[in-house]
Write a protein that binds this ligand. Sequence first.
Ligand SMILES: [Zn+2]
Length: 163
Amino acid sequence: MPRRCTVCDHRERDKIDAALVCGASFRDIAGRYGVSKSALERHKGAHLPSHLAKARAAEEVAGADALLLQVRHLQDRTLGILHASEGAGELRTALAAIREARGNLELLAKLLGELDETPRMDVLISTEWLTVRTTLLEALGPHPEARVAAAGALLALEKSRAR
Ligand SMILES: [Zn+2]
């Protein structure tokens, strides 16, 4: 088992790391936190880089998670508006909500793509998109003209996105 590092085990390690990153002298830090200069040197060379990298990765994941959550809330609200406007026969609003929902999905896909290394999904063949699409066209059933117009707009959108 490797010898424990007195700096890693220090309860003020974060402050010591910060001081090291800021370029404070080993002597100053050693005096302030009661650790040896040689321990500081070893810690800076061997442990600090991976600590910093880990902290940064954790921060990024946490930030991305928070962002994901917000986009998901946004999508819930957008779909709520979509359903409400469909129910009220406000087709213009429904179409606007669909555009918003599509934007949310794109953003979600992008965020998810950045979080894991899986290939970026195509929003327009995603299950959520197909649900939105089907829901809209079904809701437009009693309005044949609007249904045809919406179907045409959706097709054009999907064609323009095809790669
Ligand atoms: Zn260390």
